[in-house]
Design a protein around this ligand. Sequence first.
Ligand code: KG4
Ligand code: ZN
Length: 430
Amino acid sequence: MRILAIETSCDETAVAIVETGGSGTSRFVRVLASKVSSQIAVHAPFGGVVPNIARREHEKNLVPVLCAALKEGGVYEVSSIRYQVLSKKANASLGTKYSKLNTLFQREPELLKKIVKHIASLRVPEIDAIAVTYGPGLAPALWVGVNFARALGVLWGKPVIPVNHLEGHIYTNFLPDEGGEISSSKFLISKQIKKSKTLHPTSYILNRISFPALCLIVSGGHTELVLMEKRGSYTILGETLDDAAGEAFDKVAKMLCLGYPGGPAISALAEMQIRSRSGPTDPTFRVTLPRPMMQSADYNFSFSGLKTAVLYFLQDHPEFLKSKGGRAAIAREFQRAVVDVLVSKTVRAAKEFRVRTVMIGGGVAANSHLRDRLCVVLRREIPNTNYLIPNTSLTGDNALMIALAALLGRRKKLRVGELLSARPNLRLDE
Ligand code: KG4
Ligand code: ZN
């Protein structure tokens, strides 16, 4: 089974081509291509993602990213056939397809022009289906990807598989985390790792997951503890009642004037202080923040109060903002507070539901303090539980994870041309 996957739910435009092979313990996936075009630089001056700018950027980038993925995937050579002359019959069938495309892209004329110019005359690639993120995410951004996937489905006569973005984050745990880069780059991802476990430079034996499994999803828009009895089955045990963990990182980073996105910046500053050991021993920069809801009996989270606590602390102690040592002390304590709560609830849920595997996913899963701390506490308290973490090149949004979810998760396949709507508030348990 070979899937072409598309991801446009937030500020990354991504396309991947992935296939599965083998069986049983030697089941593997082969990554033929995985490309990500990041919009971070465009949104950074605004201090966050601007939905309509995201849409415009997806419209601009989808076609070049797709062409690059098709070329890298070797499903055919794009340059040799881009301008092929079509037969009369092919032209006639394109006529009806064009009218469908016109309807699909009424609101995205720019993308329609590009599809007609670059994609419509391409030979149909050797894929079985097109997977696309249809939620959750920013509505204008999701719609571009969904319509694009439907257009390709119509043009190529391929079914579309709608994928929940969070399901994608979960399945990054199914690829081995062996260090190195599975596939990533600023505009176009192309580097792949060669490891002993691989069958081919781009092939990976899938991790065997023992169920039940618990996944902590921590991203810019979500914080959820999800129980899985098997692949494709999700029960949300708890979720954030206000801000997501990543959102809190971004907002506190803004207060500390660290720019956007804030997670990596806070993490780097906190690590710096740990290495220099200047903070905790320096009484000038002592700060203690709350661990919201850590003791609550449920599995929900709340990070909005923690963010406000930082704000009030900075109002009372403006001197912390003026020096790097002060900012680092806050970054470190904030990161510890978030991670303490995440780890405490994850471990408690893992015990209560007697899971055999714990995993994490989403942008914040790149955070090394979270990765390490969860490992330490799990080892200490439930050492027989497996602990998986995704390769850090897959924690941010990408299309490889959407392909994995389409191959390994729920398999909802639509008929060719069937309607599909973007679902900004889509949940994992529906
Ligand atoms: O999953 P993701 O790429 O996009 C969404 O689906 O939301 O997550 C992005 C979030 C951002 O809030 C970003 O600040 C956060 O993940 N993030 C981190 C780290 N790297 C990214 N948060 C904490 N530590 C990191 N190292
Ligand atoms: Zn995400």
